[in-house]
Design a protein around this ligand. Structure first.
Ligand code: HEC
Length: 138
């Protein structure tokens, strides 16, 4: 009987554990679709010269510690620290997103294309705490 309980408990644990991780990406997917896909596309391909694809994986990997700040304060915005790389349009800041929402978005994209080690909330909070300040224009 105890053995049966143990097996049953393990099954629940496994089912719950898997469910938890897909739920994380599900939230990230919903947020990506509403906050990012309008420009970068649901398949991360971007839109011609206007919006870059998110598939420059080598570059993204080298900028792991800046990604959350790009989302929070934009790229190429007035007074911002991040300069445009594609120099067609700036990426507007989406500063209302919380650290957990940014974590979920990055983990969703990561699970689909970047395939780095997963992000966790502590890492993203630490990144957000060190984002360079936006300098006020005179
Ligand atoms: C209004 C359109 C728009 C939205 C919405 C938007 N972006 Fe961007 N994004 C851009 C543009 C334009 C650039 C290129 C800026 C530049 O020239 O470097 C960019 C650049 C990026 C880059 C760098 C790509 C590279 O290889 O240089 C990443 C990563 C990124 N965006 C992620 C996101 C994520 C994640 C979201 C949603 C939270 C998002 N973006 C929302 C327009 C947008």
């Amino acid at each position: 009987m105890n053995q049966i309980k143990l097996i049953f408990g393990t099954l629940i644990y496994v089912a719950f554990g898997c469910n938890y991780s897909t739920e994380t990406y599900k939230e990230g997917k919903i947020l990506f679709t509403s906050q990012c896909a309008g420009c970068h596309g649901e398949l991360f391909d971007g839109l011609g010269k206007l919006y870059p694809s998110l598939k420059d994986i080598t570059y993204i990997k080298s900028k792991r510690g800046e990604l959350a700040c790009w989302i929070h304060q934009g790229i190429g915005t007035d007074g911002g620290a991040f300069h445009m790389r594609h120099s067609d349009l700036p990426m507007p800041p989406i500063s209302r997103l919380s650290a957990i929402e940014i974590t979920n978005i990055l983990n969703y994209v990561n699970s689909q294309i970047w395939k780095m080690e997963a992000f966790n909330i502590q890492e993203i909070e630490a990144t957000l705490n060190t984002c360079p300040e936006i300098k006020k224009q005179q």
